[in-house]
Design a protein around this ligand. Structure first.
Ligand code: KG4
Ligand code: ZN
Length: 340
């Protein structure tokens, strides 16, 4: 079975091809021009997806040494994401499937991330704990099998990636903030400033807005309302912030490991690219004797390989969609599996 995946939920246009279970192409075109606006501009994102999607598909087919007629199943992200951006990939995929008379699968972007660990050589084993940490979501999940995902906790305000981006903006590092904060933090002392780690009613929920405010208060107190922060202060500040985010994520995982009988922990999404958090999770896995699966960089951020993979699993379970599926901007309640 040859599966084509298309991802356009935010600022990455991506086309992936999995042929007979092997990843043959995962092309990602990042829209770097948003940097100068300090965040993703939805309208510009949709236009850029439109411009690049056809040439990207052609390149991916070439890379996979396949013809479009060799593709059996076409999958596309239906949401959550920016509505205009989603519509580009979803409509493109539907049109392609309709005109070529191929099967079509609409994929939930978060499900794509959740199962991205399976793109690695060493794969997660069910049931496992999955921490989704992206720009829009922070979720702790119990993944029981291919079709059963239980939500244990979510963020009550900002997502982890959003916290990185907001703090980076506050200290003048620009967008996206995650990689820049990580870079500065490498040279800093993580114990220099004590930032709070939130406690919530549901012990598996997350909150990052208090941390963001604590960073702002600290900066205003030290450097005045205009935040004239000397460059030399950035390493300690970013390292202390990164430690607080990591602590709040890992505390929940440790707690869940006590309650749920799992042998494996997976961390996925853009923030899973963070070397510090990655190392802390690996150390925790070691301590708790749990296998830790973190996708490689290419599969942490938005990519179509994960969409093709998730689509192929749904297809294997006879879950196909008709052309009535529409794009959806946010998660619908507790629902993950688009198919149920
Ligand atoms: O999963 P993703 O590519 O897109 C969404 O679905 O949201 O995640 C993007 C997020 C951004 O907030 C970005 O700042 C964050 O992932 N990110 C990082 C790192 N690389 C990307 N956060 C912390 N450390 C990183 N190295
Ligand atoms: Zn994502």
């Amino acid at each position: 079975m040859n599966v084509l995946g298309i991802e356009t939920s935010c600022d990455e246009t991506s086309v992936g091809i999995i042929a007979d279970g092997k990843l043959k192409a995962n092309l990602i075109a990042s829209q770097d021009f948003h940097t100068k606006y300090g965040g993703v501009v939805p309208e510009l994102s949709s236009r850029a997806h439109l411009q690049i999607i056809t040439p990207l598909l052609k390149d991916a087919l070439k890379r996979a040494e396949l013809d479009i007629n060799d593709i059996d199943v076409i999958c596309a992200t239906a949401g959550p994401g920016l509505i205009g951006a989603l519509l580009v990939g979803l409509t493109f995929a539907k049109g392609l499937a309709y005109s070529l008379d191929k099967s079509f699968v609409a994929v939930n972007h978060i499900e794509g991330h959740i199962f991205s660990g399976f793109l690695m050589e060493e794969k997660p084993e069910f049931p496992y704990l999955c921490l989704v940490v992206s720009g829009g979501h922070t979720l702790l999940l119990l993944v029981e099998d291919e079709l059963k995902i239980r939500k244990l906790g979510t963020t009550v305000d900002d997502a982890a990636g959003e916290a990185f981006d907001k703090v980076a903006k506050m200290i003048g590092l620009g967008y996206p903030g995650g990689p820049k904060i990580q870079q500065y933090a490498e040279k800093g002392d993580e114990n220099a400033i004590k930032f709070p780690v939130s406690r919530l009613e549901n012990p598996y929920d997350f909150s990052f807005s208090g941390l963001k405010t604590a960073v702002l208060r600290h900066l205003q107190k030290e450097y005045g309302i205009e935040l004239n922060i000397p460059d030399s202060e950035l390493p300690d500040l970013t390292a202390s912030f990164q430690k607080a985010v990591s602590k709040s994520l890992l505390n929940k995982i440790e707690l869940a490991c006590k309650e749920y009988n799992v042998s494996c922990i997976s961390m996925v999404g853009g923030v899973a690219a963070n070397e510090y958090i990655k190392n802390r999770l690996l150390a925790l896995g070691n301590k708790l004797k749990k296998k830790v699966i973190i996708p490689k960089l290419e599969f942490c951020g938005d990519n179509a390989a994960m969409i093709a993979y998730r689509g192929s699993i749904l297809c294997k379970n006879n879950i196909l969609h008709d052309y009535n599926v529409s794009a959806f901007p946010s998660l619908r309640g507790d629902e993950f599996i688009l198919s149920e």
